[in-house]
Design a protein around this ligand. Structure first.
Ligand code: SF4
Length: 211
């Protein structure tokens, strides 16, 4: 029996598997795409899907190929993701650098073990193209810095995130995300998503503990 990475999902044919590989903030280079194409051809992967979380899902893998496919892809197979819009690096409306912020979050927070998968969205202005209000943790750029929201979810038990803090510098936002994740780990239940945790705990109690 092959040891499969977490996040590898058996498909409805009960024979093949899907994996999701995660480029930071959905940014890819031509070389990355060529590598993905080469791997897909080499292992006869029948379907590649761009997911809502700016990931690439490779679908229809044979079980015995999964470890080698994961090893040859240019991006990690991660349970969490940080999606981001173009921000002020490219977008006319952008007031903050969402791409740089997403990369910084990935570096600083990705290795923190958490109770359940975490989806994050970083938007470079209040238009909120990176769906920040329906992610476990969201950042929204404003002219005064970052607004940090927590507890959003876009699934069947949809929830709009609550505002935890406003007017944060990049460093302050990263530090508060770090402390929020620690608080969630210490006070939440195993497998409890952030949206359920925030709902149960209440944003006022979370603010009181962290601000
Ligand atoms: S959220 Fe704002 S900065 Fe980001 S893509 Fe949308 S309009 Fe542009």
């Amino acid at each position: 029996m092959t040891t499969l990475p977490s996040g590898c999902i058996q498909q409805r044919d009960k024979e093949t598997y899907a994996i999701r590989t995660t480029p930071t903030s959905g940014m890819v280079t031509p070389d990355d795409l060529e590598t993905v194409a080469r791997v897909a051809r080499k292992y006869n992967i029948p379907q590649i899907k761009i997911t809502t979380g700016q990931r690439l899902a490779l679908i229809g893998l044979k079980e015995e190929d999964v470890p080698q496919v994961c090893a040859e892809l240019p991006f990690p197979i991660a349970g969490h993701y940080v999606q981001a819009c173009l921000g002020n690096r490219w977008c006319n409306l952008g007031v903050q650098n969402s791409l740089a912020m997403a990369t910084a979050i990935e570096k600083r927070c990705a290795s923190i073990p958490v109770l359940a998968k975490i989806k994050m969205g970083v938007s470079g202005c209040p238009t909120c193209c990176a769906e920040s209000y329906v992610r476990d943790i969201g950042l929204i750029g404003t002219r005064n810095g970052w607004t940090l929201v927590v507890g959003g979810n876009s699934a069947s038990r949809a929830r709009i995130a609550d505002v935890l803090a406003t007017d944060l510098s990049t460093e302050e936002a990263l530090d508060l995300i770090d402390r929020f994740l620690t608080f969630y780990n210490e006070n939440g239940k195993k497998k409890q998503r952030v949206s359920r945790f925030v709902n149960e705990k209440g944003i006022d109690a979370i603010k009181e503990a962290l601000l």
